[in-house]
Design a protein around this ligand. Structure first.
Ligand SMILES: [Zn+2]
Length: 362
């Protein structure tokens, strides 16, 4: 991150989860008319966005998890967008932390994959707010496991305010690939989902050798497989590695080069192997996740120190689902997600050294 200049830093001394920031929060000039909005250290909702600036107009990659933080980002971009107003908004996928500020850009052309738009309509900000509220109640009045689950849910969403969030939808959707011209520059949108979510895309800016990856790249944090199959995610990483790219902007974590794609590939290949063994041996998904995450082979790996390693619980469950279905994608319902996240919360308590500590405060 030292290679790039931060402009309009927010000067936060702590991350939203109370960690020491590994880089400054703010707008970074990546060179060649490309910028990124970075939020350390890339934990829950600490998501990145991007800005591609052409002659007299620009393209915004993603909004943030709530209206306040999206407004703060747009304000910080003003010295640039004053002369090159945002004409296009592209969403990399439908997770709230990349899309729930969209209503602040109501004038713009909003582009996403068709699958992203469909999933975006299903995700409700009110449900996320409810998750925090119910979590708080369970934390206060529950006991044992229930109390821990409540504590994890409550803390996960505590820094955010989902009030007033609506999802206006896209003005244009596509499948496959799409090219855009932004003030004389070519920007390519490449659908790579279903992988992290149902409708993931990459935003590739060839003349700047830069790619905005959304949550196909987590850097320094554990990736989450909400949709899968993981094979599609590995294909997307191969594509990033093959493209003429020098700057890789992850959805979470610091900007870097292609090494972040390589590290993630190693994580998924490791997990694919370990999960496969346990699936064949008839072990349950929950037990497989505990066995892998708390095993000696995991502890010596770089990802044992990544943010939120307990996400292995979700990853293992979704991999099991695909193994049962033999590669066919089946939608994970919100109820299933909630059940998996409850198991994930309990695993987090078994990994007491993992950041961010503030998701476990009991
Ligand atoms: Zn995200």
């Amino acid at each position: 991150m030292a290679a790039w200049d931060v402009i309009n830093a927010t000067e936060s001394q702590r991350t939203r989860f109370g960690e020491i920031p590994q880089y400054e929060e703010g707008l970074y000039d990546l060179g060649n008319g490309v910028y990124s909005w970075m939020v350390p250290n890339g934990s829950w909702g600490e998501s990145n966005a991007g800005l591609v600036v052409g002659e007299g107009e620009s393209l915004l990659v993603d909004t943030l998890w709530d209206l306040n933080i999206t407004a703060e980002m747009l304000q910080a971009m003003q010295p640039i967008t004053r002369d090159a107003p945002i004409k296009y908004l592209v969403n990399t996928h439908a997770d709230g932390d990349h899309i729930w500020g969209n209503q602040l850009l109501a004038e713009d052309e909003v582009i996403m994959t068709l699958a992203c738009e469909e999933e975006g309509r299903e995700m409700k900000a009110a449900a996320m707010a409810m998750l925090g509220k119910v979590g708080e109640l369970l934390e206060r009045f529950g006991s044992g496991k229930v109390k821990k689950i409540g504590n994890y849910f409550h803390n996960m969403v505590a820094p955010y305010d989902f009030k007033g969030v609506v999802f206006p939808g896209a003005t244009r959707t596509f499948e496959g690939e799409m090219a855009l011209e932004v003030g004389g520059r070519e920007v390519r949108l490449i659908e790579v989902g279903p992988a992290h979510t149902l409708g993931d895309l990459l935003v590739y800016v060839p003349d700047a050798k830069t790619i905005f990856c959304g949550d196909i790249i987590f850097s320094g944090g554990t990736p989450v497989l909400w949709a899968g199959p993981v094979e599609n995610w590995l294909d997307a990483l191969e594509m990033i590695l093959d493209l003429d790219v020098e700057t890789v902007v992850p959805g979470h974590g610091p900007v870097g080069g292609k090494e972040s794609a390589l590290r993630l590939k190693e994580y998924w290949e490791f997990l694919q192997r370990e999960v496969g063994k346990r699936f064949s041996a008839g072990i349950s998904a929950r037990d497989a996740a505990y066995d892998i995450a708390l095993g000696d082979d995991f502890k010596i790996r770089a990802w044992a120190r990544w943010d939120s390693p307990e996400r292995i619980m979700t990853n293992t469950h979704i991999m099991y689902k695909h193994l049962h279905l033999q590669g066919r994608t089946k939608h994970v319902t919100p109820a299933e997600k909630l059940l998996i996240l409850s198991k994930q919360a309990l695993l987090a308590y078994e990994m007491p050294d993992a950041p961010p500590a503030s998701t476990r405060t009991l």
